[in-house]
Structure formats: C-alpha cells, structure tokens
Ligand binder design. Sequence first.
Ligand code: GAP
Length: 454
Amino acid sequence: MSQKQPNAERMEKIVSLCKRRGFVFQSSEIYGGLNGCWDYGPLGVELKRNLKDYWWRVMVREREDVVGMDGSILMNRAVWKASGHEETFTDPMVDCRTCKARLRADQLPSKDGVPYCSVCGGRDLTEARAFNLMFLTFVGATQDESSKTYLRPETAQAIFVQFKNVLEVSRKKLPFGIAQIGKAFRNEINPRNFTFRSREFEQMELEYFCAPAQGRELLEYWLRERLRFYENIGLPREKLHVHEIPAEERAFYSQGTYDIEFEFPFGIQELEGVAYRTDYDLTQHIKASGKPLDYFDEETKERFVPHVVEPSAGVDRTALALICSAYDEETVTDEKGKSETRIVLRFHPRIAPVKAGIFPLLKNNPQLVGKAREIKALLGPHMMTFYDESGAIGRRYRRQDEIGTPFGITVDFETLGEKGDELKDTVTLRHRDSMQQDRVAIKDLLGLILPRIS
Ligand code: GAP
C-alpha cells in the first residue's frame, strides 16, 4: 500500500468516529449541510473547551504580563479599511470553464507544469483574480454603502483598537499582552480537510506589545512557549514542525514569522503563526482614526508606538490535530484467547472530553447503582464524568476507550463489603492506555485523578 492510502484511510476512520461518537457533525446536516461549516457535538464541545481553558490558563491566568478581552465580531468598517483587510485580504481565484468550479489558483494540481482543474481535470481555466475572503454584511435596517461591514476574519483587530483602553485599565507596563479567544469568519474558496480549513472557526490570539528593541528576542521566546504548549496538550514534538517564512513570502511589515505545523494524515499543515508584526497595526489605526495609540515609557521618558509579537492559533485545527494524534487501533486478546481491535483515543488526560467513566457492575442492583451515583456526585463538580450502566463491563470500557476517557471506575460487590471489610468502599480504577486496574478507596479518587487532569 502506498504511503498515501493508509493516511487517507486513517483520515476517513477519524472523520467517521467524529460523527459516530459526537465530536463533529456537518452544519445544517438535515438540509444537505453548508460547506465549510461544522457543529461540535457533546464530546467535541468538551474537547474544545478543555483546549481553550488550558490556553487561557497558561497564556493569561498563570502570567502577570497578559490580560484578556472579548471583542465584538462586528466592528466599524473603518477598522477593516485601516488594517488593510478590505483592500488586500484576498486569495487568488480561478474558474474552470469546463465544470464551472471556483478554485484557489495557488492550490491547483499541475501536470508537466500545466495547472488543471482539481474537480474535472480540465485545463481551460480563467486568469487568476483576487477574491476577498471577508463576509460582507449590513448593520441596521438599510442595506447601502453606509451600513456595510464584515464578519471579522481574525480576532486580532479588536485588540489593536482597544490597546489604549486595556493598557489604561490594567495599569501594565511594556512588555505586556492582550489575549482573546473567539470566532472568525473567512469565505474560503476551497474549504477542505474536514474542519482544517473552515469558513467559520475559532482563534486563540495573543498580541504581545513591546519596545522595538525587544521584538526579535520575544519572537523566539513565544515560539518556544507555543511549542511547549502543544507538547503539554499531548502533541508529540516529533510531529510538530517549525517553518520559518522566508523574507520574500512574509507580509511586508513582518520582521520574522514562524509557522508551527503538525503532521496531519493529509500532510504537514499550519496550526499556528507566530509573527513579529512590528508597529504596523497600531500605526495603521493611529493614522486612520487620528487617535494616539502610542506608549510613554516612564523610565526612559520616551514616547513610541509599541511593536507586537503575535502568536495566533486555531482552536478547530488544534482540536483536529489532537484527535488525529490520539487515534490508535490495537489488537487485544481477552482471557478466553479471543482477539479484537481496540480503538482508543490516547488524549492527554487534561484535554480528554470525559475524564472518568463510572460503572456499576450490574444495573439492577440498587446498592451498586446507588454507590456509582454517589461517585458521580463526588466527582461531578470537578470534572466531566459519564455514568454508564448498560451492557457487559468490557463493552463499557471499550466505549470509553473510543472517546479517550482516561479513567474507568467500576463499583462491584467488593465495594459493598461482600468480600471483607478491607475492600469496602473501594472501586476498580482502570487506566485507558495500559488497561491496568488498581483497587482504590472512593475517598482517594479525587486526589488521584485531579492532578492528572489539570
Ligand atoms: N491575526 C493573524 C491571523 O489571523 P492567520 O495565519 O491568518 O493569522 C491564524 O490565522 C490561525 O487561525 C491559523 O494558524 C489557523 O490555525 C487558524 N485559521 C486561519 N484560517 C482558518 C480556517 N479557514 N479554518 C480554520 N482555522 C483557520
């Protein structure tokens, strides 16, 4: 089998598991879907929440030099004129004259140097022209030039235009950052690779403001920090790649940009950009609004426009990377010698959507059920748990393995004290990856699980 086949097959299995187990559904599915838009189901939303919470924890709460904000999605159109998005936020597009498909000119396959249509194979393509990726909308009851604006294509601009307000209220000195997590919208010409390139997605962005002399050093610092973040959520370092964007491919104002990439089954692709954007954004908004967005350094008595280093990550892409990286199949053999394939998502426990499955051995024994429900009530305020009383215990374990639940807690007759007092109020704690089982006192469960999931 070629290298490509197993990867395509692996991706198909991942997409199918995402739907079957409730990670991701097609948006508006019962009406045929909407290309480039996805709904996250009960497990997907937990996965994304854990990812965003961990990002917020390490980027904002554990630091003294970063504060958060939550800007509106709709902003004054002047923002998008000043930032350059209205003029230049475009992708090159061509039409296929044969099948009428609209295609990204820079992503066309080619044979003998001649590009062809990726849909029908035709070579009769139009000249490339610029297509603006912002979604146009109107604010208010009239639909004319004066009411036009766009759904934001990035969260960053709200941070730039609120720079002064946030600086004043938070009483920070440079270097300091403003972090934000929120939706962004891009009318991508070719949404593809499942959720990887979507039209509606979420970003986690930090704008880290500094003195001009600190920019280069902080770019390297943030690259290291961000790589550490991905390792801490369970992405193996060897599957992460750093691509330094050469000067001729960078935005003209950038003095250095790294893409952090991940080995997806469909290829090595960008997860995050870490860019040293100089003072470009603030300067644009100073020029266009006429408002001072500069900074006065009390120590040096200098006034200047801060430079900025921006680590900008995608929630959906990272969630997809986590699922792709976690997906595993292995052959397991039971005590009777019967082999079967175990599908297991080996999520890092801090990212796993459900932390513990709770199982009474028998569903028709009120004492077992009562104890299991007590454990659910004990753990519930601290973590996402799943109570499951139906089917053989082995099958219940498998169902949790498939969604990546790191711990299984089984209440059995030993818990009720039927095999002696020393085992009373103990449970079986099963570990997802090793399938090893320990006997643990119910009162010790929280103390054992909490440090591993935080
Ligand atoms: N403020 C800078 C900025 O928006 P970007 O490289 O265009 O930079 C940052 O986007 C991140 O947002 C990307 O690395 C990616 O993770 C995510 N992203 C961008 N476009 C996306 C799309 N169409 N679908 C999913 N995620 C996307």
